[in-house]
Design a protein around this ligand. Structure first.
Ligand code: SME
Length: 155
């Protein structure tokens, strides 16, 4: 998808999510809604979901796509790297990422965005996998960071 088209698509999804998320403050319901909208509206999204920190474990939350690992081995893989470095990570080719955790062998590229609470503490991540190499860039990073902020209600 070209950059302009991608911007436009995310802009529309963002507005749609803003409307949908007015209906509940419950974070699990909000994450489920974000995962469903993104997964079904973005072309290359093969696995779309959340991993949430719970007693120092990283456990799967609401998602769409093939069955995924329920717990990610501590300090391994892209999701833990995004948490430990407290930053978005874009991986063009997962096989080049040293300790990438392959929940599904078909995933080829990935983006992971930290999700923070109202005290700016990381509480989990939004993780998106694609079956194609090099699917994600700065445009995805920018919009997914904005979308993840919608999950935590400021009300
Ligand atoms: N690839 C991730 C694991 C989660 S799955 O992609 C759904 C990782 O390396 O942390």
């Amino acid at each position: 998808m070209d950059i302009k088209k991608k911007h436009g698509r995310y802009e529309r999804l963002y507005k749609q999510l803003e409307e949908l998320l007015k209906k509940t403050d419950n974070p699990i319901s909000r994450m489920a809604t974000v995962a469903a909208v993104l997964h079904h509206k973005m072309d290359c999204y093969f696995w779309t979901g959340f991993y949430l920190l719970n007693d120092s474990k990283l456990l799967v939350g609401p998602y769409q796509g093939p069955v995924a690992c329920q717990e990610l081995t501590k300090n391994k893989g892209v999701c833990w790297a995004a948490i430990n470095e407290n930053t978005t990570i874009v991986v063009a080719d997962v096989h080049q990422f040293t300790d990438h955790i392959a929940c599904d062998a078909r995933s080829k590229s990935e983006i992971v965005v930290p999700m923070r609470n109202n005290n700016a503490e990381v509480i989990g991540v939004l993780d998106v996998d694609s079956k194609y190499l090099n699917s994600f860039d700065d445009v995805d990073a920018k919009w997914l960071e904005k979308i993840v902020k919608l999950v935590i209600s400021n009300k």
